[in-house]
Design a protein. Sequence first.
Length: 277
Amino acid sequence: MCYSLGMNNFQEKMDLERLNPILGQKKIGIFCDFDGTLSPIVADPSAAEINPVARELLVTLRDLVTVVGIISGRKADDLSQRIMVDGLTYIGNHGLERIQDGQRIISKEAKPYLTPIEKAAEEIEAILLPAMQLERKEATLSIHYRQTSDPQKAREQTRQRLESVAHQYGLKLFEGRMIFELRPPIEIDKGSILMELIEVNHLDAAVFIGDDITDTAAFRAASKLRNRGICLAYSVGVLDSGTPPEVRELADLTVPGVYGVVSLLSWLANRLSASST
């Protein structure tokens, strides 16, 4: 069942019994997507900025839990530079890269596909419609069409051609919120990375917060781990007017937009701080 949280009386409407069991656990992880979760969705992805209160809360939570991680489709160093909080775990390209010892590390599974991805990018440049943006992220490609004059028409006109390019170079095509992505055909996504981080950090409990279809892989992973008694993991869907229906359907609970995320992080910080004294 999914519980929606209203902004005006966020804490009163939240089903505290749903998350209270997390607070008593010894090793806790808090994991967030970036765009649409910590930062509002903007027309130009390069202009995205983290909510400043969310940044402060990440600093607070970093010192209260075992691990705070950012898991995003952006490059890991891009995340690190936009958030600018030391001591967080930065995972980029849906798990294909991370910041480790101050360096961006691409997964060994993705490396054989770096050349095909670059070649695919060259072909895609030639078929972009006006106002479409191609974002080269080395291990993946993103094609943004939010700024086109008719985004739905742009999607319809380019999807089949992008599928053809993906097939030609042995890649997989994915869709998100007004975005196409070409990725290596390997079994790494936000769900597998969430499971890895929970295992590596020996977590007893975890919360994953996200707003897009790619985040639902982590939602499913959280549910699987909780149902199997491996980790008390919960998913939080971030809702706004453009949220894909799968987010609402698969999340354990939901919050309204970035400010709802801020309210949730604040609630967690307050409760965890109180339980540690």
